[in-house]
Write a protein of this length. Structure first.
Length: 109
C-alpha cells in the first residue's frame, strides 16, 4: 500500500505544472523557450538586453519587450532580465512611498 504522503506530494506537483501553462506563460512561451534553448546551447545567441554573448550553460530568461509584453525580444542573461525587474520594483516602491502606501507585499516579478 503506497504511502498517502507520497501521492499527495505528487498530486501537488502535477497541479503546479498545469497552473504554469494555464495562466500567463502558455505553451507558446514554452515552445519558444525550447527553440531558443537549442540556439543558446550552441552558443549562437547574444543577450537581447546587453548585447553580449550568452555562453552555453549560462542561466537565461526569455525576455519581453518592455512596452509590449506580447512581443518576445529573445534570450537575455538572467541577471540582465532580473536587473530590469528590480529596477521597476525600486521605481514602484519609490512612487508608493511618495503616495504614502505600503509596497512591501508586492512581488518584484
Ligand atoms: Zn545580458
Amino acid at each position: 500500500m503506497p504511502s498517502p504522503q507520497v501521492s499527495r506530494r505528487k498530486r501537488a506537483r502535477d497541479q503546479r505544472r498545469i497552473n504554469t501553462s494555464t495562466r500567463g506563460y502558455g505553451t507558446e512561451h514554452q515552445r519558444l523557450r525550447k527553440v531558443w534553448a537549442g540556439k543558446v546551447e550552441h552558443g549562437e545567441v547574444s543577450c537581447a538586453r546587453c548585447g553580449k554573448w550568452i555562453a552555453p550553460g549560462t542561466p537565461w530568461d526569455l525576455g519581453h519587450n518592455d512596452t509590449d509584453r506580447s512581443v518576445y525580444t529573445g534570450p537575455e542573461h538572467r541577471k540582465c532580465n532580473r536587473a530590469t525587474s528590480a529596477h521597476k520594483a525600486a521605481r514602484k516602491k519609490r512612487q508608493a512611498h511618495q503616495a504614502g502606501t505600503e509596497a512591501r507585499h508586492s512581488r518584484s516579478w
